[in-house]
Design a protein around this ligand. Structure first.
Ligand code: OAD
Length: 246
């Protein structure tokens, strides 16, 4: 009997599954994580491109950075991977109530078909107007002269990304999901960014807490068990417990 057998074999008591996903889930789709290369994200420090101050100081650089990320996301090289796919299969089974709270700004969970996704850190394929505050879909480049499709103001658009120092989206809704979680699954996140890093400690004491990561994180000790493997291999293992064997 393994630790996972012990935790999941009698899974009839698991109804509500909350998945927290991070950059490690998209890594196998070819999107680089934030902290895996000496704290640089595609050769930029996070402070240089992911704070409101950075945008104020150098909007052109920040726009260019997110334009590149958007282009990469929309290129034929990037698509969802096995981990996204298994999450979708689990949702589609209708055996559980499942929510994916993602820190990722890509749309790979949706592309694989997952429906209940919360983008707590915003979305690359959205822009937000600093004048009318409305968020709208975007698939092309933004610049300092772009016009808001909602209020027609010029030069007021920013990437709809939650930068450091800003409030993540839908925290009340997230709290409600966490409070009723039977299984909390943290996949491919370093546990270095709050409040996401403290979600595990917000779940009920009887909730089963599992982590999938290629390495130990600084919050691994808060989980009942950590699968030290890639997101896709980790999800293959969990699928065997959560879905009926074909
Ligand atoms: P990080 O880059 O901090 O962490 C990625 C994690 O994924 C690390 O712990 C890696 O060990 C793990 N990892 C890498 N490849 C993996 C794989 N194939 N399978 C499983 N795990 C793998 O990314 P996040 O934790 O998502 O915020 O970062 C959180 C937030 O910090 C991001 O949403 C972003 C960033 O600054 C904003 O943009 C606001």
């Amino acid at each position: 009997m393994t630790i996972l057998d012990d935790l999941l074999q009698n899974n009839k008591s698991i109804k509500n599954i909350v998945i927290l996903s991070g950059a490690g889930v998209s890594a196998e789709s070819g999107i680089r994580t934030f902290r895996d290369s000496n704290g640089l994200w595609e050769d930029h420090s996070i402070e240089e491109v992911a704070t409101p101050e950075a945008f104020q100081k150098n909007p052109k650089l920040v726009h260019n950075f997110y334009n590149q990320r958007r282009k990469q996301l929309l290129s034929s090289e990037v698509n969802f991977n096995k981990a996204h796919q298994i999450i979708t299969e689990i949702e589609d089974s209708n055996l559980y109530n499942i929510v994916v709270i993602t820190q990722n700004v890509d749309d790979l969970h949706e592309r694989s078909g997952t429906k209940n996704v919360i983008h707590m850190h915003g979305e690359l394929l959205k822009t937000k107007c600093t004048s009318c505050n409305i968020s709208s879909p975007i698939d092309s480049d933004l610049n300092t002269l772009s016009i808001c499709s909602q209020c027609n103001e010029k030069g007021t658009l920013r990437p709809d990304i939650v930068w450091f120092g800003e409030m993540p989206y839908q925290l009340n809704e997230i709290e409600t999901y966490l409070n009723s979680a039977d299984l909390f699954l943290s996949i491919g996140t370093s546990g270095q960014v709050y409040p996401a890093a403290m979600f595990v400690s917000t779940t009920p004491s009887e909730c089963i807490k599992l982590e999938i990561n290629i390495e130990k994180t600084n919050i691994s000790n808060q989980f009942d068990y950590s699968i030290q493997d890639s997101s896709s291999k980790g999800m293959e293992i969990l699928k065997n417990y959560l879905l009926p064997q074909k």
